[in-house]
Write a protein that binds this ligand. Sequence first.
Ligand SMILES: *Cc1c(COP(=O)(O)O)cnc(C)c1O
Length: 241
Amino acid sequence: MGATGFRMQMVNQSSEQVDVRRNLLAVRAEIDAAAAAVEREPNSVTIIAVSKTNPPERILPALDAGHRIFGENRVQEAEDKWPALKEAFPDARLHLIGPLQRNKVRRAVQLCDVIESVDRPKLARSLANAMESEDRRPDVLIQVNTGDEPQKHGAALADVDSFIEECVETYGLPLKGLMCIPPADEEPSLHFALLREIARRHNLPELSMGMTGDYPIAVRFGATMVRVGTAIFGPRPPLPG
Ligand SMILES: *Cc1c(COP(=O)(O)O)cnc(C)c1O
């Protein structure tokens, strides 16, 4: 069985059978192989275990297995789950990977360690203000709408260079890199290459790209963070409510 077949087998397990520890090892092995293929250091790639919609009892096995970096896409859900998990595992790190509304910025700054979805000047300004008042400075990534899809979040390609400069120079944000979610029906590698090129222009070290379906490709194109949910936790439970 090829590596991809192995991953899909993991994905297809029912929730009761999900072996999170084994899945983490399998994802790590694929990353290491993809990195080796392009002569990158395997440990230059971080796994963000995307735990959205999974309850704490499904997240705990990952923490027990020693994993510490997680992603959530909604501030409210993160607030419901993560204060207690962080109390139990103080070195756990939380990335916000979903759209951020300005009325939730202060709470995101309090709880998150990396905010990956900064995509517009008003949000950048709110974040800068909240970091000042909360005296807490989570790292920031700019989400780029590499496919220029009208319905999708992310800075437009035409604006991204000036927005990057604005985040650093006007707002003084701790900007570390870029994030993208390629269009579902397109070859992701083109988008990964584009994101890497924009980051290179601005000397930004971090590239958050690649999900369950395409993270080995993302690693070959320079991802430093892959956001993997399904391949680790199995099929996602539906949102409560
Ligand atoms: C849900 C989500 C992921 C993880 O998706 P999988 O396909 O389950 O790995 C990654 N990035 C973002 C922004 C997400 O919302």
